[in-house]
Design a protein around this ligand. Structure first.
Ligand code: ZN
Length: 764
């Protein structure tokens, strides 16, 4: 049995609202499945995460609700950590039940004073190694009547979008059209919190981390990870590296955060930028876990126990580091965090910025082994959104449903390679006709049929336990077990769960062909000379059903821990199923046991009409929403609309409608590809000139090199966005975007025109 050190790093949820199902599918369920699987295999697992509690969205919420930022984060840390436990995520107990040397788990928070202290120490180390530089930036400043004032983070400034002229655009980004810009470009800027206070742009000094000096070593690292990483991780990392790394601000003008560890007036009122400190939580959490649990429980390394999960050993052995996160966070974990880790190693080894940066060696902090990042779970076709309240919230879901139903649905529907969708009809369908029909019913049949046989001490099945007659089924299950293991090793959760469900189907087929219900009572009247043989064979198949149910309890445990525990007990097995060795699932000689209490169905059937009615009443009972025009699920709805209008515009499944006017702002046109050349400064990009019906034509940079050769593209009639704000991509001005379809599995094809039409034609 392997006893590898495995560090499971789970993205830190932002403590500014409840978790929704999109978060669960993307970040919180996959690592728990992996952690449970690794433990069952005998590995030493430490799982770390916690609430990300600093930054401006939290101060905005606090100011809007007239409470302190601490009150905001206290509320959501408590709510979210409890919801994750209720979902069965193994954040408790903190110490592995096999003993402290086997690790454990800690769900911490970034307001922990020890996290703050460790971040400040790291900050100074990086600064002393010369890895920071100072730059002067322009920032809005709010002037108060008493002569004082404060710098305003971008989220605290509102104005008219320089791109679409919509009012209410944020300081750096417009929610209406998606444009990003410099704060100074915003028209009619005002302070969001104090609209009457005058504001002006002032200079402010900030420290920047020299990401640029890590370019080469990160490219080397990405190349070595090519085989491990999923295609989305490879592509997004490459895109970042191809654009060239630039220094990134590590300080900002804000009081809610970790104070800078330097004296001097120029640094007062500034704090460590939240991205820089929250990401360090992966290591500070491991260190705090060691202080709180490993040292008091006599781990051989005491408070240095975290190093077992973090540092490259003297012989070069690396702990396995797995990072679980949504796709929006990929470059953060494959570029920025590795750059910080290598910077800390560099500083710890007494080197400064003049010395070349190196990949980690013995004694250094280790880089990620894999980043099995997820795509998005959508909600009835629209994106989950905390700010738009378009979501099904985890706490309210768990008040109403068995957590294993959610774990099943999100597991079988996991957004591994492309976005997937949550909607109530599909949820009900998958629970009733897959989980219950295949798995629940199989187990229930075995137990209820068994209960009708005469039972000895060890149950009704021992008398018929004959492994000779069920060799074929054993072989199938042995194969399924090996495949599930392989899939989980490769982070293919959907496939692994599908395979486990196949095992239930093997059981159903076995019962169907053995028809044990015909042989429950012994009706041998002598008329059938082979009756005894037939009965033995049929009931030994039923008896093997018990072994399949045991196989399922162990194999389903990482996915469906609650029902596995119930099943384990229904089978008369003792102890905790999560402590049972993974390979014991195919131990066909495990002693048979029996539980004499009446078997209960493993899952309750769901009723779609009932659920939709209760969803509707949840929506009805909530307050009016903040932003009319967006639909709402499990949250709020606009009371200003008449019921009729509500029916027309608000789908019960909560599709996030785009209003027609917004859609019509997108100017799609037909163009013909004229020339295709390599981008001079970006490996991934083509520079495409397009005949767009105008005299001068236009140039578009397109990341299609992996999918097309230049020759294949020339002459194609394509659809492009004509009114996208032009932007410079590594020195080439790109004037629009061509539309292409992407299946998420490595195939990308251009949208082309069916037949002849003149270039410049509008697409509608
Ligand atoms: Zn805009």
């Amino acid at each position: 049995m392997s006893e590898e050190h495995v560090l499971i790093c789970v993205a830190w949820p932002y403590a500014n609202g409840p978790l929704h199902l999109g978060h669960v599918a993307g970040c919180y369920l996959p690592p728990d499945i992996q952690a449970r699987f690794e433990r069952a295999k005998g590995n030493r697992v430490l799982m770390v995460s916690g609430s990300d509690e600093h930054g401006t969205p939290i101060t905005v919420t606090a100011e809007q609700n007239n409470i302190t930022p601490q009150q905001v984060v206290d509320e959501y840390h408590a709510l979210n950590s409890q919801a994750l436990l209720d979902l069965g995520c193994s954040w408790q107990p903190n110490i592995d039940s096999r003993g402290i040397e086997y690790g454990g788990a800690l769900f911490n928070r970034t307001s922990d004073p020890r996290h703050k202290k460790m971040v400040q120490e790291n900050f100074l180390q990086l600064m002393n190694a010369g890895l920071f530089e100072t730059k002067t930036m322009e920032q809005y400043y709010e002037i108060h009547q008493d002569g004082g004032g404060r710098f305003l983070p971008d989220r605290y400034v509102e104005g008219i979008c320089p791109s679409c002229s919509e009012d209410g655009a944020r300081g750096d980004q417009c929610d209406a059209c998606g444009a990003t810009y410099e704060a100074a470009e915003l028209k009619n800027p005002v302070s969001k919190m104090n609209p009457t206070s005058p504001i002006e742009i002032r200079d402010t000094d900030h420290l920047f981390y020299r990401l640029d000096v890590f370019q080469d070593v990160l490219e080397q690292h990405a190349a070595s990870q090519h085989k491990n990483w999923k295609s989305n991780v490879r592509a997004m990392t490459k895109q970042w590296l191809d654009m060239g790394l630039r220094p990134r601000a590590v300080t900002r003008d804000l009081s809610w955060g970790i104070p800078l560890p330097m004296d001097g007036d120029e640094w007062s009122g500034k704090c460590v930028y939240v991205w820089f400190e929250a990401v360090q939580g992966y290591s500070t959490c491991a260190r705090i876990w060691a202080e709180d649990f490993a040292e008091p429980h006599n781990h051989t390394l005491g408070k240095d126990a975290w190093k077992k999960w973090w540092c490259v050993a003297e012989d070069g052995t690396k702990p396995r580091h797995l990072y679980f996160l949504g796709k929006d966070n990929i470059p953060f974990h494959t570029v920025i965090w590795p750059a910080l880790i290598m910077g800390l190693n560099h500083a710890k080894n007494g080197k400064t910025i003049e010395a070349p940066i190196q990949l980690p060696g013995p004694g250094d902090l280790s880089l990620e082994t894999n980043v099995p990042a997820m795509e998005y779970l959508m909600l009835s076709g629209g994106q989950f959104s905390k700010s738009r309240k378009h979501a099904v919230w985890l706490p309210s879901f768990l008040e109403r449903f068995d957590p294993d139903t959610l774990r099943y649905y999100l597991g079988i529907n996991m957004p591994e390679n492309h976005d997937t969708d949550f909607n109530w009809p599909d949820f009900v369908e998958k629970i009733n006709s897959e989980l219950i029909a295949a798995y629940g019913n199989f187990v229930h049949r075995v137990l209820t049929l068994g209960a009708r046989l005469p039972s000895g001490e060890a149950g009704p099945f021992t008398a018929f336990d004959d492994l000779e007659t069920t060799r074929e089924a054993q072989k199938k299950l042995d194969e399924i077990h090996a495949s599930i293991t392989e899939s989980l090793n490769r982070h293919r959760y959907k496939e692994a769960l599908r395979l486990a469900m196949n095992a239930a189907q093997v059981g159903n087929q076995l019962l169907q062909s053995a028809t044990p219900w015909k042989f429950l009572s012994d009706s041998d009247d002598g008329s059938n000379p082979t009756y005894r043989e037939e009965r033995h064979e049929s009931l030994s198949a039923l008896s093997f059903g018990w072994r399949i149910a045991r196989f399922l309890a162990i194999s389903m445990q990482p996915f469906l821990p609650f029902s596995s525990t119930r099943l384990w007990s229904s089978l008369g097995q003792t102890g905790d199923v999560s402590q049972i060795s993974w390979d014991s699932a195919i131990d066909w000689n495990a002693p048979m046991t029996w539980n004499n209490t009446k078997p209960e169905p493993l899952f309750q059937r769901l009723d779609l009409e009932e659920i939709l009615a209760s969803e509707q009443s949840l929506a009805d009972s909530s307050e009016p929403k903040e932003q009319p025009g967006h639909t709402v699920k499990g949250g709020k709805k606009n009371k200003n609309k008449s019921t009729e209008e509500t029916k027309m515009t608000e789908a019960p499944e909560g599709i996030a409608y785009l209003d027609f006017e917004t859609f019509m702002k997108v100017d799609l046109r037909v163009g013909k590809i004229h020339t295709v050349e390599d981008h001079p400064n970006a490996d991934r990009l083509f520079v495409v000139s397009i005949d767009d019906g105008t005299e001068q034509g236009r140039t578009i940079c397109a990341g299609l090199k992996e999918y097309y050769s230049a020759d294949e593209m020339i002459g194609k009639s394509v659809v492009f966005v004509a009114n996208l704000k032009p932007r410079s991509l590594r020195g080439v001005n790109s004037e629009g975007m061509m539309l292409a379809a992407d299946d998420g599995e490595g195939n990308v094809r251009l949208i082309t025109i069916d037949g002849d039409i003149s270039t410049g034609s509008q697409v509608r």
